[in-house]
Design a protein around this ligand. Structure first.
Ligand SMILES: Nc1nc2c(c(=O)[nH]1)N[C@H]1C(S)=C(S)[C@@H](COP(=O)(O)OP(=O)(O)OC[C@H]3O[C@@H](n4cnc5c(=O)[nH]c(N)nc54)[C@H](O)[C@@H]3O)O[C@H]1N2
Ligand SMILES: Nc1nc2c(c(=O)[nH]1)N[C@H]1C(S)=C(S)[C@@H](COP(=O)(O)OP(=O)(O)OC[C@H]3O[C@@H](n4cnc5c(=O)[nH]c(N)nc54)[C@H](O)[C@@H]3O)O[C@H]1N2
Ligand SMILES: [Mo]
Length: 777
């Protein structure tokens, strides 16, 4: 009998045992609410989706003219590892030699897997830096707008996103939590790097039992756990700023705003108030005005304003609100509303950005540093805001604006990706497909035959975490886990580290990349960072071997002191915020000075651009494209749990009964969603939990075109990014706006095209062009 071995993932610690051809998974015994996402893991061991051998796209290998036009519609030729590594090394040499590192895009955004050493992002960036650098990307798809606006308003991003409001304060002191965008429990299933205890449900229940009340502002009812009986304000998507302004106006008109707080801790309130009351633009942002825009009743708005002013109130703003047109505004306006209530820095009150988006946000901070692989320094200054990838590939040399800078897109010849899935995360997939036809070469390390792998020229099979040893640890999680290999590598899959080492060897850079350490030596070496800090703090500091034998280790937490918000409240001059004024910037001279018409000196209401563009009126329904409850992004969409949620093999789309009835759609029907950009099929689920006029289709179903060669392909599986818009939030942050789009829907009549994406890949034979390397075998 094999023993269960400890392991960890972005959605929980667990142990696993491989026996008789099957992988058995047990959640960590200390986890009060283990995630059902663990059910996706066993498929790794046997799914035909795991890439088994290096594969080259035939057109690239044969060097046919215009071969790049065939990306996404071509066949693949399997090759040996030595040949694949030779081809990659030779191509890197060519591109670096002819065009320099400014022609290599290595942003490689993506969540990859848990594990401190085999972290694909760290590995690829380290490797490309050894070769001379790469064009990088900044910020995230998660919170691209907040990461740029918050530093102007409150100081460093994490001060109010992680360091100030904690779950224990909410359980102890909050009387009212108003959650713009909710706190869907599904989202707290995961945390980047690992999460050993899922505590959000029990914490919210604890607060509720003490008498705390909850208000959910969201188009979806299940964005808050049902047992809390939250008051549901089913808002029209994209209109939270209008509601917040209506609440602010109600506070001022009843003199419920905290003038003392505004005077002592903020700058620019007067200029904002002139806008709020209509003195600067002739429009009063009254509850009546707000109600017309956001669909929430006037009296409801007034009542909520009074309740907020009369209780210990916490305002939370979710990531999702800013992953939309003008996404900077709700983040900023949430701060202003909280400042008007005067409770920032009080226990269980004030403002928390993104609480509930990830399972460890709101937990205590670790008292020791975690093992971290050095990525070295990137000498290349060129970068893009992460969601501008298609713009960059389509428009080299064009000017764009970002956070006060005028910049130009670089001319990219080679794209190298490891640990991310752009055909999952990026918007307007048809446009992305056109963009992916531009570079000369695209290299991808993947564990699975995702759509990104199917658009690459060179596909190198990477192991998943269960095929290798690693150290599991994450921000705010006190459990460090020995992630032990559970199965042998599938097929010829190799660790990213090993792949990069082989290529580095061919380029004469092996010593720089590996520093002469094996994987196992790296684990022991990286572990020392934490071990030494533990010893210095007088804590038990086991040797690596002892930790590995034991399987896990508890790390100390810092005492919880209310963070920068509390310190600022207690002494605004001694602990100023790290903003230009040291205060909360209700008006930002810096942002105003950029002169952008889509993000000015104080938060304001901008009607969403999608609605002001003529042909969008043909698409009356709002589509919410949120995070999936059944997987992490696109990862393991082929896993059992994710597939158990599909209907007739397609992704479920939720629709309100009234909208369905009007279109003759019944539960379980295959429907076609479409707009000016594209279309996809999905399976209808009729639900009262979705506001009328809104549909919801989660992200993460692997993109499968009906015709890989068509300019405008339809996704037969249900990937919403075929419909979303590829425009930045504003010139300030240029962040993703993928959360919301507009569509129409109809019942699909006839035999729908089959979903084939999870079927075994078929390979072809192929020759090599003169100049490309032939297989030595
Ligand atoms: N419309 C819309 N789009 C969105 C969003 C939205 O709300 N709406 N949300 C956005 C957000 S917040 C995010 S964070 C992004 C997520 O986008 P991604 O992070 O790109 O999504 P993942 O599916 O996690 O992609 C990780 C990939 O890495 C691979 N992988 C895992 N482990 C390894 C490894 O060890 N080595 C290698 N080489 N590969 C590995 C997996 O197989 C997977 O394909 O999506 C964004 N896209
Ligand atoms: N199970 C699971 N959990 C995850 C992830 C996953 O893939 N799977 N991904 C993780 C990642 S990388 C991130 S960044 C976070 C993302 O965290 P979020 O971005 O907050 O998560 P979403 O689920 O995309 O959106 C949350 C809710 O916002 C609501 N919403 C959408 N538009 C509006 C609006 O205009 N107004 C209001 N008031 N509400 C709106 C939607 O109903 C949606 O369910 O989630 C993390 N958690
Ligand atoms: Mo994210």
């Amino acid at each position: 009998m094999n023993r269960f071995k400890t392991h960890s993932s972005h959605w929980g610690a667990f142990s696993g045992r491989y026996e008789n051809g099957g992988l058995e998974i047990r959640p960590h015994p200390g986890d009060p609410h283990p995630s059902p996402l663990l059910g996706n893991i066993p498929a790794i061991a046997h799914s035909p989706m795991h890439i088994r051998r290096p594969a080259i796209r035939r057109g690239w290998l044969e060097g046919t003219p215009d071969h790049a036009q065939n990306r996404g519609a071509d066949n693949y030729v399997e090759v040996s590892w030595p040949r694949a590594a030779d081809l990659v090394a030779k191509e890197l040499q060519r591109v670096y030699g002819n065009f320099g590192p400014e022609a290599v895009f290595g942003g490689s955004y993506g969540w990859s897997s848990a594990g401190r050493f085999h972290h694909a992002q760290s590995q690829i960036h380290r490797f490309l830096n050894v070769l001379g650098g790469y064009v990088s990307s900044v910020n995230t798809y998660s919170s691209g707008a907040a990461m740029v606006i918050l530093p102007h308003v409150l100081g460093p991003y994490d001060h109010f996103d992680r360091k100030s409001v904690t779950w224990d304060a909410i359980e102890r002191s909050s009387e009212l939590v108003v959650a713009f965008g909710g706190m869907a429990l599904k989202n707290t299933d995961v945390h980047g790097g690992g999460i050993s205890a899922h505590i959000v449900r029990q914490t919210l229940n604890g607060a509720s039992e003490r008498g705390a009340r909850f208000v959910l502002v969201s188009p979806l009812k299940d964005d808050f756990p049902a047992e809390l009986n939250a008051q549901w304000l089913p808002i029209i998507p994209g209109t939270d700023v209008a509601l917040m302004l209506g609440l602010a106006y109600a506070l001022v008109s009843e003199r419920l705003h905290d003038r003392g707080f505004l005077d002592r801790y903020t700058v620019g309130y007067e200029r904002f108030e002139a806008y709020l009351l209509g003195r600067s633009d002739g429009v009063e942002k009254s509850p009546e005005w707000a109600s017309h825009i956001c669909g929430i009743g006037v009296e409801t708005i007034r009542d909520l304003a009074r309740t907020m002013a009369g209780a210990r109130t916490l305002i939370t703003v979710s990531h999702s609100l800013q992953r939309a047109d003008h996404g900077e505004q709700p983040v900023w306006m949430g701060v202003v509303l909280a400042a008007m209530l005067g409770q920032m820095g009080l226990d269980g009150g004030g403002y928390a950005y993104s609480l509930g988006a990830l399972g460890n946000i709101g937990k205590g901070q670790l008292g020791v540093p975690l093992p971290t692989l050095s990525q070295f320094k990137n000498p290349v200054a060129d970068f893009i805001p992460v969601a501008r990838i298609a713009d960059m590939l389509l428009n080299p040399g064009d000017e764009f604006h970002y956070n006060g800078q005028a910049m130009r897109y670089p001319d990219i010849r080679l794209v190298y990706w490891a640990g991310g899935n752009p055909f999952h995360h990026h918007q307007d997939i048809n446009r992305l497909r056109a963009a992916f036809k531009r570079p000369e070469t695209i290299i991808v390390h993947e564990t699975a035959w995702t759509s990104s792998a199917r658009h690459a020229d060179i596909v190198l099979p990477a192991t998943t975490t269960i095929e290798r040893d690693d150290i599991g640890a994450a921000d705010r999680d006190p459990l460090m886990v020995a992630m032990k290999k559970l199965i042998e590598p599938v097929g010829e899959a190799r660790d990213d580290y090993e792949i990069f080492s082989e290529i580095a060897r061919r380029l004469g850079k092996i010593e720089e990349f590996t520093e002469n350490r094996t994987s196992k030596e790296w684990l022991a070496f990286l572990f020392e960072t934490t071990q030494k800090a533990l010893a210095a703090a007088g804590q038990e500091a086991p040797a690596f071997e002892a930790f590995w034998e034991r399987g896990e280790m508890r790390l100390p937490l810092k005492p919880n002191d209310g963070g920068p918000a509390r310190a600022f409240r207690d002494g605004p001059s001694g602990s100023p915020l790290q903003t230009p004024s040291g205060m909360i910037e209700i008006f930002s001279e810096t942002v105003e000075s950029f002169g952008y018409d889509d993000c000015r000196g104080h938060p304001r209401w901008y009607p969403p651009r999608v609605e002001t563009e003529g042909d969008e009126s043909r698409f009356p329904l709002h589509l919410v494209c949120n995070q999936p409850h059944q997987r992490l992004h696109s990862q393991l969409d082929y896993g059992d749990f994710s597939r158990s949620t599909k209907i007739k093999g397609r992704e479920p789309v939720r629709i309100n009964p009234a909208d369905a009835a009007r279109r003759g759609i019944s539960d379980g029907d295959i429907v076609r969603l479409f707009n000016a950009r594209g279309s996809c099929l999905a399976a209808a689920v009729i639900s009262e939990g979705v506001r009328e006029g809104v549909m919801q289709l989660a992200t993460g179903a692997w993109f499968e075109p009906d015709d890989g060669a068509a300019d405008k392909a339809m996704c037969v599986h249900g990937n919403p990014n075929i419909l979303t818009r590829d425009v930045g939030t504003s010139q300030l942050a240029q962040a993703s706006t993928g959360q919301l789009t507009r569509v129409e829907v109809e019942r699909f009549v006839g035999e729908p095209p089959p979903v084939r994406i999870f079927e075994t890949m078929k390979f072809v034979e192929g020759g090599a062009a003169p100049g490309r390397i032939a297989d030595p075998e």
